[in-house]
Write a protein that binds this ligand. Structure first.
Ligand code: SF4
Length: 333
């Protein structure tokens, strides 16, 4: 199944919304509402693995972004069935995608990944997989497996790019470069049939309007069907928490963050779906700052309302002739 929906190209009204939400993208693609079931299966990532000389990313807590971290000791099938009930209480969906969310989900041996994928797809209400990973963890050996699954099911690989600027990636202690982000996206696109999503973090030092626009233009040039936006926020037991205590990092207020997201969205092509406009802290007790990240829908409503009041839409400043300053190779393999 191929990516990058063209059907929304040129559309500026998004069925009453101000941006192209992933729910609409999935509805166009599957013909009905589809929801994600998050599971925690992977146990580590390159930064956290016992032999690594790298540090954990400054924002990452011990659970590696897991939505239901307390469930990681359950069998995969148990997690899927249990979490489906939780999701179904909130969303009226009949179809689901299993989201391998925590840590890095392409690190294990291919036969282990295959078992996990087959287990997830064995439930009749599951229509596909969402696989969270890093740009430097996409070895060639997993591509045949991804392509095999794509023959019969939808697969979305979400890459934690976070930024396309090396100083910001160093600040986050990601351990990969901006060039690696671009290389991974192009390689995945050339060698597989998966849909590609990109995670981005806003709210870092040295984040100028020019950089936000450049980020949108880079995404516009890449084979990316969707983005997920996070505001950099402070969780306890993280390096960022220590920096926050020393006054070395101040998180954006909602108003400031909203302006950044809006600027980015206005330059983003209208056919790139948006999974989320801001982070939602799953573990409230761990959230130190900003407090607005603890509200589930409030910040999203705030940003969209602000766009509405100003008459803005995703892509209203998009110009397909405006290329990024960053060089994007057309073919690199
Ligand atoms: S954010 Fe991802 S890559 Fe970074 S330390 Fe956490 S789990 Fe590892």
């Amino acid at each position: 199944m191929r990516n990058v929906s063209q059907e929304n190209q040129g559309q500026t009204h998004f069925e009453g919304r101000r941006y192209f939400p992933i729910s609409q993208y999935f509805r166009h693609r599957f013909g009905e509402r589809v929801a994600k079931i998050s599971v925690s299966v992977a146990e580590t990532c390159p930064n956290r693995s016992p032999n690594s000389t790298m540090e954990a990313c400054i924002f990452c807590d011990d659970w590696g972004s897991a939505a239901y971290h307390h469930e990681k000791d359950r069998e995969l099938l148990d997690q899927i069935r249990h979490n489906k009930k939780l999701v179904s209480r909130r969303l009226k969906s009949e179809l689901f995608l299993v989201y391998f969310q925590s840590y890095t989900n392409t690190l294990d041996k291919v036969n282990i990944l295959q078992q996990r994928f087959e287990t997830a797809l064995s439930e009749e209400y599951v229509r596909g997989l969402v696989v969270g990973t890093r740009p430097d963890c996409l070895p060639d050996r997993i591509f045949p497996l991804l392509n095999k699954v794509c023959e019969t099911n939808y697969v979305l690989v979400e890459i934690g790019a976070q930024s396309f600027f090396n100083d910001q990636l160093e600040f986050l202690k990601r351990g990969h470069s901006a060039e690696k982000n671009i290389e991974a996206i192009l390689k995945l696109n050339q060698k597989t049939q998966v849909d590609i999503g990109v995670h981005l973090i806003f709210g870092m030092p040295d984040e100028t309007p020019e950089r936000l626009i450049e980020t949108a233009r880079i995404i516009n040039q890449l084979p990316v069907s969707n983005v997920k936006l996070h505001n950099l926020h402070v969780l306890s037991n993280t390096t960022l928490a220590e920096m926050y205590q020393r006054n070395e990092f101040v998180p954006d207020e909602l108003d400031v963050y909203a302006d950044k997201v809006i600027l980015f969205l206005r330059h983003l092509a209208p056919n790139v779906a948006v999974q989320r406009l801001a982070a939602i802290a799953n573990r409230w007790d761990e959230l130190i700052a900003p407090k607005w990240t603890g509200q589930k829908m409030g910040p999203l409503d705030f940003i969209e309302r602000k766009m509405k009041e100003a008459g803005y839409y995703q892509g209203d400043l998009f110009d397909q002739n405006q290329k990024p300053l960053t060089k994007i190779p057309s073919l690199i393999f």
